[in-house]
Design a protein around this ligand. Sequence first.
Ligand SMILES: [Zn+2]
Length: 229
Amino acid sequence: MGSWLGPLQNAGRVLLDFAYPPHCVVCQAEIKAVAILCDTCWLAIEKAKSEHEDPALDDLLFKSHIFKENIILGCFSGILQEAIYALKFHNQPRLGHALGRRMALWRAKDLASIDYLLPVPLHPARLRERGYNQSLEIASGLAVALGVPVCNGLLHRCKNTRQQALLSAEERGDNLRGAFYQVGQLPVGARIGLVDDVLTTGATLQACAQALQTDHLSSIVLARVKGAN
Ligand SMILES: [Zn+2]
């Protein structure tokens, strides 16, 4: 993008903000800058960020030991759930980027060991429909804050799977079998962070992990659904 576009875009944004004051995409409170969420909503997400700690980690992902670490921002509830809903269904890709940046700040210690970020891909048909991959938006926010690259395109989704939430545990496995494949090589010895928006049973992340040739894989997700199994 040409360097002259930056100031032009900023000027356009200032004019737009004047004509249509920006609002928090979750609670609609008026916000001064292009902050996407208001301070109250960010604070609510920050406060709830440790609520996912669950002594009964009994789902597929945690039992499988495929991942070195499972790094999760919070529980899929409250403001975080509403924010993810806006990110996915209300055309708010910038919110994914912002959530990724915040997560990098709040989970800096856990994320320090990651060398490359790999977003869970969407099927091309789903990508056309939505216009963006929410996991790539989250990964790009994490990447900026952590200073690590995103390997987008290394993992392909060749099967347009049905929505996992609508299926039984058995159907979920079948639905995702052979859904992903790796394209090209991952850097040898690199510690990869596989990025997704929501963790339900972990079947999607597990299917991605099975398609990847790497020994060091961690999962990074914004929110975990409690009691999904
Ligand atoms: Zn708000």
